[in-house]
Design a binder for this molecule. Structure first.
Ligand code: M6R
Length: 368
């Protein structure tokens, strides 16, 4: 039930310190400060033998794999290819059968294209793993290894807590792969595990920005187009931000890699188009700041989502700022998922749409 919340989406956004904490708890051993994958068959995959990782999913789950792509490359030095399930299956992809692992991500575990892609990979002789939220689902039953997310039932059609639980599980799997492949030191593992375990507290602090974000959303609700920009690991978060806004508010939104701005999307910038920058103060911030200045110079209305150092560095250039607590860059994409969800939610409420059951959408897409 919704309890004191107005919508399931809102309730599920606010559940994230718990749902993510539960998922992280299942993948880590706090005393030993190490990652331990849950379940009996967890050693079904020897990561030191994996040569190529394919990650296949749809919608929001696909964006989780796009974030995880950076983690598997950085922590485990593993070549990764991400695919949208509906594209993957019809392409007759050339797969590395020796050492290839196909990992599927799905909240429902019933998405028709993802399930068909799993069956295809099995027929091709690939090992398979699945990050799923519904342990009794078809995808969970058919994969060689199940990596559960412990988000609990997600009712809102727009995925929120399942996304952050998928990210948390994938982050832990990437650390585990990194250890097996001797790509990360013991000290690095301790740092990354600590970063993961700090996440629920940081999420609770971030959720306190709800009113501030509700206030900002009043202006955004008047727009007919919104652009989301991010770099590196935050590029998929920009894509997810745009998807979330489209789904629940019906406002046209697009996500781009900030560096792509000059290659086309900058033509869209005018005073009517809000541009949301997802940009913590990390090694890429200076580049993002120059993109932000380019947008502001064209009178684009910039909303900066960053931390104290980023907000300080950007000065008065952005029209509005959302300041998140400082965090380890490793977990930043998980934390920065919250404000983009809250923004989409409040814009939808402002517009009076059916937040939990947006038009034309189904919670589980069981037709291809
Ligand atoms: O159940 P799945 O995770 O396989 O679903 C995949 C997509 O259909 C889903 O993420 C969809 O994009 C959501 N409506 C996103 O909010």
């Amino acid at each position: 039930e919704k309890g004191n919340y107005r919508h399931f989406m809102q309730k599920e956004i606010f559940e994230q310190p718990d749902s993510t904490g539960r998922t992280i708890g299942a993948y880590t051993n706090i005393l030993r400060q190490t990652v331990e994958l849950p379940g009996e068959g967890a050693d079904a995959i020897d990561w030191s033998e994996v040569k190529y990782l394919y990650m296949i999913a749809c919608g929001t789950a696909h964006f989780a794999t796009r974030v995880a792509e950076y983690w598997f490359e950085q922590c485990a030095g593993l070549p990764v290819k991400t695919d949208i399930a509906s594209e993957f299956r019809y392409r007759e992809p050339a797969l590395a059968k020796e050492g290839g692992l196909a990992l599927f991500v799905s909240q429902s575990g019933e998405t028709a294209d993802t399930l068909a892609a799993l069956r295809y990979c099995k027929e091709q002789g690939l090992k398979t793993a699945a990050v799923v939220n519904v342990p009794t689902s078809s995808i969970a039953r058919e994969a060689d290894l199940v990596l559960p997310t412990l988000a609990g039932p997600e009712i809102g059609v727009a995925s929120t807590k399942a996304f952050t639980a998928q990210l948390a599980a994938l982050a832990a799997v990437a650390i585990s792969a990194g250890r097996a492949r001797e790509q990360i030191s013991r000290d690095a593992e301790i740092r990354l595990v600590r970063a993961l375990t700090e996440l629920p507290r940081l999420m609770s602090t971030t959720l306190q920005l709800d009113e501030r974000i509700a206030e900002l959303s009043r202006d955004i609700a008047k727009a007919s187009d919104v652009i989301y920009l991010g770099r590196g690991v935050h590029y998929p978060i920009a894509l997810e931000g745009a998807l979330k806004l489209k789904e629940v508010s019906y406002i046209h939104a697009e996500g781009y890699a900030s560096g792509e701005l000059k290659h086309g999307p900058i033509a869209l910038i005018d005073e009517e188009t809000p541009v949301v920058f997802v940009a913590p103060f990390d090694g890429l911030f200076d580049k993002s700041l120059s993109n932000l200045q380019e947008v502001a110079a064209r009178r684009g209305e910039v909303v900066l989502i960053s931390d104290a150092a980023g907000v300080r560095a950007a000065g008065e250039t952005p029209a509005s700022r959302i300041e998140l607590p400082d965090c380890d860059p490793f977990i930043a994409p998980i934390l920065y998922s919250l404000p983009i969800q809250m923004l989409a939610y409040h814009v939808a409420v402002e517009k009076g749409t059916d937040v939990d059951q947006p038009r034309n959408l189904a919670k589980s897409v069981t037709v291809e």
